[in-house]
Ligand binder design. Structure first.
Ligand code: ADE
Length: 229
């Protein structure tokens, strides 16, 4: 089954962008996943194909019209389409590796990229859009967030990564950050690789890596240590 991504955006030229290169680009060329970017403006109103208007109640910026958004969505999906419909938005639920795993195990996603001050709430409700945030900061639009989301999904699809790498995101089954890595040269600017990594004692190496992962996690992301997921 191919993982199928449909993007609704005002900037279809932003796709595939980086997703056309490297791991995800190879997988795209090999047909492991598919990507279609559709222009919301094709469903705009009137001669100027207007897609947005001023916020009801006043305020700054512009809001994507619900009728335009709904028309774009309805043209992109058939009633039997089982893919979740996502709306990239800083007010969404934060994206987690758990949600990424669920999405990657499914048929794909229809992803709406928000712009302006937002999207008319009624289309979010009526078309069941799941709002997803990629972090507590504000991008100028949902496109880069959609690229991030798709990158996280695609790397988990069967056949995308080599055996050695594919178990990696789960290799520290808890929520620990990665331990430090080293490679040649053994000495560099008078800094050497930790001895434990050089003497072939695999149990000792494992133990050192776990301790380092724990130390770094405590220091940088103590919040991860209270989570069970
Ligand atoms: N659009 C703007 N900011 C965003 C964010 N942090 N996550 C998802 N979509 C966004």
């Amino acid at each position: 089954m191919t993982f199928s991504a449909t993007i609704l955006t005002l900037y279809p030229e932003m796709f595939p962008g980086p997703l056309g290169l490297s791991l995800s680009g190879d997988a795209l060329a090999r047909g492991i996943w598919s990507l279609e970017a559709r222009n919301i403006r094709d469903h705009g109103i009137g001669r100027h194909r207007n897609v947005d208007d001023t916020p009801a109640g006043g305020g700054v910026g512009m809001v994507l019209r619900c009728d335009v958004m709904a028309a774009a969505l309805d043209a992109a999906v058939t009633p039997d389409d089982l893919r979740p419909k996502l709306l990239m938005s800083p007010r969404g639920k934060p994206l987690t590796q758990g949600r990424v795993r669920e999405l990657a195990a499914g048929p794909g996603a229809v992803i709406v990229c928000g712009r302006f001050e937002g999207v008319d709430e009624r289309v979010i409700e009526r078309r069941n859009l799941e709002e997803v945030s990629i972090g507590d900061y504000v991008l100028s639009g949902g496109e880069i967030a959609a690229i991030v989301l798709l990158d996280t999904c695609v790397r988990l699809l069967p056949g995308v990564m080599g055996k050695e790498a594919s178990g990696h995101e789960e290799s520290f089954e808890g929520n620990l950050l990665e331990y430090p890595q080293y490679t040649r040269p053994r000495e560099w600017e008078s800094r050497s690789i930790p001895d434990v990594l050089l003497n072939g004692n695999h149990a000792a190496i494992e133990k050192w890596r776990r301790a380092e992962a724990m130390r770094i996690t405590k220091e940088r992301r103590p919040d991860l240590l209270d989570k069970s997921s």
